[in-house]
Design a protein around this ligand. Structure first.
Ligand code: ZN
Ligand code: ZN
Length: 321
């Protein structure tokens, strides 16, 4: 459930902020939390990591506007991570909504080369292209009727080149003057690729697990990071329910318990752990105590709209003057 903190606008005292816009796994609605999506604000610019159900409203309520959006990063193509990408683009485009009026980028996985029908299934570029085609009537009308920029010229999709399956290599996917984004392949079978992202800035770093089983490559990516945002599954919740063996196997082989998230945070030497992307139901206390059994650092059970100031203050230069 969104808390009152979502009414706050970006805190100018904190140049680098993580906002957990939504924290629920899916496609399922098992509570009041919005679907998985996070934003990173670096100074006046913000970046998105996944676009789960509710992301568009959550972005707005967090005080973020499309005119300050630069790039979105998709961890993998399960629908709970991308379902609101079309709405996010359409609701943040053009001056009438304080939206983007210069090109923005959407980066995500390409087609799955390990899937027998992968070459006929959409990667990120096709997903964006199909979105632009599906809403082409609206996009054309608003470009002329409301003097918005041509949507197709504003939205640039880029598929991330990834190493071969099983690789633990850390690779760079994006860089501008504010952030450097690196990634590793994580373990989310049968999905390929599934990515974890690390964002390094002048103010500190945040690492996102994406969806994964316990993964040592992720711990390497997250080495000494300020915040590790890690998924968590409650397998007991699913075992108690009326779920098929195949569904239970997916949860067991492709996701991480809160204890496992704590183990990865410990292995990484992460300065703090934020649990998000909750699969199955537990109380916040249960999620936290499970992670605390394997990690002694600071742990937060994320909620939709929660804000985290990240890393060190940029006061060093002024302090020396
Ligand atoms: Zn997911
Ligand atoms: Zn997934």
């Amino acid at each position: 459930m969104r808390s009152i903190t979502t009414e706050r606008h970006p805190d100018v005292d904190s140049p680098f902020e993580l906002i957990t816009l939504g924290t629920a796994a899916g496609p399922a609605i098992r509570g009041t939390e919005d679907g998985i999506a996070s934003a990173l604000r670096v100074e006046d610019t913000f970046y998105m990591i996944d676009f789960g159900l509710g992301a568009t409203r959550a972005v707005h309520e967090a005080g973020l506007r499309g005119k300050n959006f630069r790039a979105g990063f998709v961890t993998h193509l399960h629908s709970d991570h991308v379902v609101e990408l079309p709405a996010f683009l359409l609701w943040n485009w053009g001056a009438p909504v304080d939206g983007f009026t210069a090109p923005i980028e959407i980066l995500g996985p390409g087609q799955d080369p390990t899937h027998p029908r992968g070459s006929s299934l959409s990667g990120t570029a096709a997903m964006v292209e199909h979105t632009l085609a599906a809403y082409s009537y609206d996009a054309d009308i608003r470009a002329t009727d409301e003097a918005r920029p041509v949507l197709r010229e504003m939205v640039k999709a880029r598929e991330i080149e990834v190493p071969a399956p099983g690789s633990t290599e850390i690779f760079t996917v994006y860089q501008d003057e504010l952030v450097k984004v690196t990634a590793v392949l994580v373990k989310h079978p049968p999905i390929f690729p599934a990515l974890a992202f690390r964002f390094d800035t002048a103010y500190g770093s945040v690492t996102f697990s994406g969806d994964t089983a316990e993964c040592e490559a992720l711990a390497n990516l997250a080495r000494d990071t300020d915040i590790l945002v890690h998924e968590a599954v409650n397998l007991d919740f699913f075992k108690r329910g009326n779920f098929s063996p195949a569904f239970l196997d997916h949860q067991r082989l492709s996701h991480t318990s809160a204890e496992g998230a704590g183990r990865i945070a410990t292995l990484a030497g992460a300065r703090s752990l934020v649990l998000s992307h909750f699969a199955g139901v537990s109380t916040p206390e249960e999620w936290k105590s499970a992670a605390a059994s394997t990690y002694t650092g600071d742990i937060t059970v994320a909620t939709s709209g929660r804000r985290f100031a990240v890393g060190r203050a940029p006061a060093t230069v002024e302090a020396l003057v």
